[in-house]
Unconditional design. Sequence first.
Length: 219
Amino acid sequence: LEGRFFGTMTLSEPHAGSSLGDVTTRAVPADDGTHRIFGSKMWISGGDHEMGDNIVHLVLAKLPDAPAGSRGISLFIVPKYLVGEDGSIGERNDVALAGINHKLGSRGTVNTAPVFGGGAFTPGGAPGAVGYLVGEPHKGLSYMFHMMNAARLGVGMSATTTAYTAYLKSLDYARTRPQGRPLAGADPTAPQVPIIQHADVRRMLLAQKSYVEGALALN
């Protein structure tokens, strides 16, 4: 709530894309009740930056006894920095970037290819990124869908507000841009009229308005 910790949804992998049943990131149980996470992810928004004290990755991975496909996916908390019992920031977890993706979308957030357990860091002197199981084993996808659906609604609202802004700018332009004259009985020497007075321009503006207000109502 204070904006000190950021979070990610870490689902997709380079070889699998949106086919989450094919993820191969592994979660190996450790003696202390945590897990060690090994695998590569792709297209993770906000996967690394220095805007806060920590980044909490929510990672889909499979336990050693996991069933095949999406029914075998579990969800793990994997922080960039380990956190002490008193909330203090501890050592760096084994999470590092393989690269930055350049893709269509929001320009204000970095899109990344993170690697978990690649050996860039050794938290507690052992290999692997320390992860904490969320909920029950093999039910990670259903947990993640709560966040995925919320994100989809957020993206939809962002697109709608962008489109509504475009409509308002179109409307303002149509009201102020003079061009042409009315079709019926126009005096060729009369001043030009704002283009909003042309029927086809009004039709296009009403189409814009109906799309964006319909989308706003749906959101």
